[in-house]
Write a protein of this length. Sequence first.
Length: 230
Amino acid sequence: MNGFGMHAFNRNTIEYINDEVIIKDFSSPLYLKIFKKSEYLDIELYDQKGKVDIKKPAEVKDKTPNSNKIYYLEGNTIKSYNRIVLSEEYYNELKDNYKSQETLHTFYSFHPFNTQTPKEFFTEYANQFETVLDATAALKNADKESKERLQIDIVEKLSTKNKDSNNQFGFLKYNDKGEPSEGTEITKVGSTYKIDFYINDRKVKTTTYKNLEELKKKDPLTELINIYNN
């Protein structure tokens, strides 16, 4: 995949070799290996000397400051998990030491919970690679609200608990006080579901659904993006 700018050029490749997916960035010595070690795909970062020890997002307790919550559908139950967002220092280290681009950051940050085989992952994401490149390239110069919309779009594509790419139901960011900052907070109240929508540390809308079937007909992520656009 070749990317051209007025004064810049970059090339990204995604390959399937020996049951591993290899993602490379022409401008950097870094590359990613994605492989199957247990229930989920695993991902590791390498340079020419070997494995690079950079901390990946880790699962944490709910409402941990600066964490992200992902809601997903498993059967007829909405579940969630939380993970720490990669720090600014992480991005600066890769940028300064390896001249790394946004593409590797995106895959390394957002794919960790995926039960596909490496071959299934390669087949699906080779087809989506151009879309992901467009979104991550746009992140560089986007304003805050545009970045949030693009990040939600990337997470929706890459952060999946199961093979079903439509099982993600929501995405909530916590600020440095552990309070809802951006996204959708989903709460079950009896048989009903309440969704609070947050933008810039502020609740901007609340929607209530009678049951899960009604909620499944509405996509909270799409509704959040519509709130941004309006």
